[in-house]
Design a protein around this ligand. Structure first.
Ligand SMILES: [Zn+2]
Length: 497
């Protein structure tokens, strides 16, 4: 089927003025961007976009399906407190809950103008074929595109931080020592079966690998992920140098930076995305840039967890492909890519006095579209409204208060839009959101299902919650102590000290 989206304005990479244009859609792809009012054949379905600004679906480079039931659950948590709490905030899920959690996240992203994401889906204690299939099915059913990476570790959180177990009082120490992570060969074997048995359309949902954090994964595990990814031509994403604690631990453990360690393991390449990448230095940036890697910049999460401010200007100048992410609901609560764009632009401005070094609205927009597409390995399919690209189109309502009066369309999208101006969202030529609401979704029923799941999870995870709660004071004191140690990041705008 052909469709003509007519009467609107188009804002996309290479057309950042948001000038009037029509879009001809053929099946699931864009056939042409036409001058306004171009006549087409009678059998082409006409879609009115009067008073609408059309932008490509935004791309979220970093989120977690597992914890989308966890919005508004955590307040003053550092990353380390969040990781300590993971057994109860992310554990105990049935297959149905894995589906529900992923679906709620996908619906939120779609309603807020995001049509594709890179999802590091955690399962405790290890990934499962059924669990990842549930996540993939949730995205497919909701109509969103996703790269789904099982998130894994073969070292427990307590062992991953040198000295932490030794700092524990008797009683806790034995409990921490007794915990065992799933061996890497078990997780790798499951991943291999997931990848080889993949039945979903890879243009919509495709597999990747997510060894979660360098020092939570043995070298053999990281090398195994590297080889598996290469053998199947898929992506790898890791949390890299997200917190200062991680940077300090990495230097202690490896005698080099975390990125230096991953480079020595030959993991970094065009299929690699480093998420957060806050505590990285000039040499790390060179390693990432020269090997063609991407960074997912997640400013909302970085601020909420107090992790720091990533040096995005330096990354861009050095040639790193920059995408933007929201992170999961435990660390940024909403999954709003408009907010991520604005936060990315804003946090770049509190890092130095020279406006020429700040991220511009155009750079934030490009990161949320073409930059994200490249990080997902889908740069030939998504991220632009251009011939040959998938018809993933967000219709922004220019009669929304966000556009009154209309000045520079691009600046409205990055600095004003908060998702409330999203009217329609189309993915692959198919309408998924209309009037700001998900089509065919009973939200009252969804709320009831989510509430039941939350109650069940609270009961299931009560023991796990009590168990890790006992560790909280020692994790807090030990990690704050680590974070207070001097750690010099060699670059022009630093977070040293
Ligand atoms: Zn994350």
């Amino acid at each position: 089927m052909k469709q003509l989206i007519h009467g609107g304005r188009v804002l996309t990479s290479g057309r950042l003025d948001g000038a009037p244009a029509d879009l001809l859609i053929d099946g699931d792809s864009i056939a042409a961007v036409l001058p306004p009012g171009t006549s087409v054949a009678d059998d082409v379905k006409r879609v009115d976009a009067t008073h609408r600004l059309l932008i490509p679906g935004l791309i979220n480079c970093h989120t977690h399906a597992t914890v989308q039931l966890g919005k508004a659950l955590a307040d003053r948590w550092s990353l380390e407190l969040l990781l300590n709490a993971y057994p109860w905030t992310a554990g105990g899920r049935t297959a149905e809950m894995k589906y529900l959690s992923a679906r709620i996240g996908a619906l939120e992203m779609l309603q807020k103008g995001c049509t594709a994401c890179y999802d590091l889906a955690a399962e405790i204690p290890a990934p499962s074929i059924d669990g990842i299939e549930m996540v993939a099915r949730a995205y497919a059913d909701t109509g969103m595109r996703a790269v789904i990476a099982p998130m894994m570790a073969d070292t427990t959180f307590y062992r991953a931080i040198p000295g932490l177990i030794e700092a524990m009082p008797p009683g806790l120490k034995e409990k921490a020592e007794a915990l065992k992570a799933t061996p890497h060969d078990v997780s790798l074997d499951i991943c291999k079966r997931i990848i080889e048995g993949w039945t979903f359309d890879k243009d919509q949902v495709r597999p990747a690998l997510g060894p979660t954090i360098p020092h939570h994964c043995s070298d053999a595990f990281i090398a195994g992920c590297r080889d598996l990814a290469r053998a199947h031509g898929i992506g790898v994403q890791m949390h890299v140098a997200e917190s200062k604690v991680q940077a300090v631990v990495g230097k202690r453990k490896y005698g080099t930076t975390l990125v230096g360690h991953l480079a020595a393991l030959d993991l970094i390449g065009p299929n690699f995305t480093a998420s957060h990448a806050i505590w990285i230095d000039d040499d790390d940036m060179a390693r990432l840039a020269d090997r063609g890697a991407s960074v997912s910049h997640n400013p909302g999460s970085n601020m909420k967890l107090g992790s720091g401010l990533a040096a995005t200007r330096k990354m861009k100048d050095r040639g790193i492909n920059l995408g933007l992410g929201t992170d999961g609901c435990l660390s940024s609560d909403n999954l709003n890519m408009f907010e991520a764009m604005r936060a990315a632009a804003y946090v770049s401005r509190v890092q130095g006095p020279d406006p020429r070094q700040w991220l511009s609205a155009a750079e934030a927009f490009e990161a949320a579209t073409v930059g994200g597409a490249r990080a997902l390995g889908m740069e030939r399919q998504i991220g632009q409204l251009a011939p040959g690209m998938k018809a993933d189109v967000v219709f922004l309502d220019l009669t929304s208060i966000n556009y009154i009066p209309l000045n520079e369309p691009l600046l409205h999208v990055v600095f004003v839009e908060d998702g409330t101006g999203v009217d329609r969202v189309m993915v692959g030529g198919q309408l998924r959101v209309e009037g700001g609401k998900s089509i065919g979704v009973d939200m009252v029923r969804l709320a009831a299902e989510a509430s039941t799941a939350a109650t069940q999870l609270a009961a299931t995870n009560a023991a796990a919650r009590d168990f890790v709660h006992a560790f909280e004071p020692v994790v807090l004191d030990y990690c704050v102590g680590l974070a207070r140690q001097p750690y010099h990041v060699q670059r022009w705008c630093g977070h040293a000290g």
